[in-house]
Write a protein that binds this ligand. Sequence first.
Ligand code: ADP
Length: 590
Amino acid sequence: MEQHAVITRVSGPLVEASGMERARMFDVVHVGKERLLGEIIALSSGTASIQVYEDTTGIMPGEPVVNTGAPMSVELGPGLLTSIYDGIQRPLASIAEQSKSAFIGRGIAADGIDKKKQWEFVATKNKGDAVSAGDIIGTVQETSLIEHRILVPSHIIKGTIQTIHPGTHTVTETIATVQDASGTVHNIALLQTWPIRTPRPIKRKIFPSEPLITGGRSIDTFFPVAKGGVAAIPGPFGSGKTVTQQSLAKYCDAQVIVYIGCGERGNEMTEVLNEFPELIDPNTNEPLIRRTILIANTSNMPVAAREASVYTGITIAEYYRDMGYSVALMADSTSRWAEAMREISGRMEEMPGEEGYPAYLASRTSEFYERAGLAMLLGSTERTGALTVIGAVSPPGGDLSEPVSQATLRVTKTFWGLDAGLAYKKHFPSINWLTSYSLYVDNVKHYWAEHVAPDFAEVRQSAMSVLQEESKLMEIVRLVGLESVSDTERVTLDIAQVLREDFLFQNAFDPQDAYTPLAQQYQILKSITSTYEAACSAIEAGTLSYQQFAALPEVAELSKLKEHKPEDVASYETFRERVRTALQPQNNSK
Ligand code: ADP
């Protein structure tokens, strides 16, 4: 422990201290008389720069600094799920209790995980079993949705179980002992800790090929993200980033969700915090919070804790991935994280890069997204776990050439470009279908073919072509009017309108509309595109005019396709059969 370390300078969330000769980078320190929590982020000959996770008002030079000698870490173990934390894993409920006011008090120490709660540990290994790092030695039913798997910590490379103690335990009690090759005996408890800035180890990454199913039609069908993939949602203020992230957190088919509200306005986060514990999973009828961990770091909380919150979140997410789960992490908004980085860097008087962001913005951003992936996990059996990361970016004025958007786009493979113009027209989600992309399409195509329909990718492509064609035709219509386009082109315009208004438009607040199963998305789209193709053929054959097409009752029904019962595939087939019959040459003589 440092004995004589004292504060020499205070600049907002950044404190400098001398007498820190024995400190190491990223050590956690207690700053000042109130023992505010901080982390060393720069060191030079006994002087440490410390980012402080709490409000530094009133802190003065000369006050003591105490080094804990340990890196900034999170507690991992049963009890994480259903928790609502601040950026440094303090449960909001216990901070509120200790603060005794609406504002967060200072110097509050609160355990990330309840140390008194008893859990029922079921052993899956026996005394004498050989184990290696990452192996599962037992389980705890953490919530009704998730079984917590207890892993051999990664520092125990190989060993033999000496003792194992099934039954009721708190998280700190020893539940097993493992002797390694050197004869050292290690105690294993339900609780482990892990430094937040170090990725948890895996054997290797595999390119992901199963889509994360979200129930969002635009996302699932047109711009999918794979389980273990990375997606970015850039969009200006009010374009729907938060609503999209929240819908994903509610409906996506990941098993565990980590939601980081980073620097968002307090009232938005309050909505999430109030709403989430009430939500019921439509698939399991269980409260969604039982698979969820929320990290709330609003714009009025200290800036350094915001910087840490994304690391706290992703470390927890990796831990559940290591159990073999499919985990999805949503960070809203990573721009606020980057701004926190910029503020701290500015106060350290580092050489600024573009727009004042530190030169390491791009490398920090890619290091963060690199922690996503479909992983071959540590351990003696072949197991995989997936961590999908979805980051919202809020470029000022929606200008994607700014540094945070650029750094993000370089590393994310799915891009949901939210469009202010669409949001203004109340077209939600405002994902621009012409600029958005997914580099996972070629990989998830096989999943679609096997699990949904052999021609899923073709139907998707055919719908996409109609939308692209529409944008070209609209230019012509704008210049020379609707009279200048052919009958086939008018059909294209009508079908594109159906695609936009009835397929892509999806109201996140309408319980019926908010989630469309993938199989139903396919049925709707197939019905629209087969109507289009049949109509084009009939027009080319000279047996149908645009007016006849527009007057068909089936065309009016296209906008009602999503109202069919999701599982009623036959109703879509009947519809397509009716379209075929109606458009057969003998039924349409000009
Ligand atoms: P941002 O986070 O980009 O500032 P929000 O997610 O808060 O934007 O969205 C702004 C508003 O747009 C919401 O309050 C809501 O009224 C509307 N909105 C966004 N997405 C949807 C959607 N999918 N369905 C219906 N309304 C939406």
